[in-house]
Design a protein. Sequence first.
Length: 240
Amino acid sequence: MNGGADYIAAFLVGLLGGVHCAGMCGGIVGALTLGLPERVRRLPGALPYLLAYNGGRLASYTLAGALAGAAGAWASDLLWMHRGRLVLMGFAGVFLAAMGLYLGGWGNALAPVERLGAVLWRRLQPLGARLLPVRSPGGAVLLGLLWGWLPCGLVYTVLVWSLSAGGAARGALLMASFGAGTLPALLAMGVLAARLSAFVANPWVRRAAGALVLAFGALTLYHAVRGGMPPPVPAGAVPR
């Protein structure tokens, strides 16, 4: 995959991964909503806060994507640009496939990655505690910025993908596209927590989402392997 197709795929991974986001972050969203002043706990009063939380979260994703994209471009230069990008794309395919298996309930190979991320989160968590209770959309943005660094296998999977994006701007756009895909589930979770929880708990929903993300991983791996193959020799030509 390349160009705009990558961003569309990242958006779809975020959208399909909504079953994971709602399960992992739904409780956070519900708690944050219940922690708001009583007069703004329901729509339309809660909407600015929900948008602020998620805006801060997406800003953190975009920053992380820019850093990953820049690091990946630097690594590609060291490994001969084309070959290095294909290697990184292969890693991304493996992580996407692992995420698909996790979403579908067929394993949790990403647990060690999330445990590593938990080390960073333990350092950031006290900062989040200082921002509670949230009393303004500005405070919600700051809390959302921290929320974006919550250990999450799905986020880390797309970050690995961002390594192969080819630069900081592309990495940022890839993560922003993914973040936009997660918005429907998390915005809905803020106001329809009970109904949405029942929906995402359905094993068939999780399996369908997992199978599609697994397919994205397989497709990414295919492109990585295909890109590393020598070009076919035309019929009748004598190979050198």
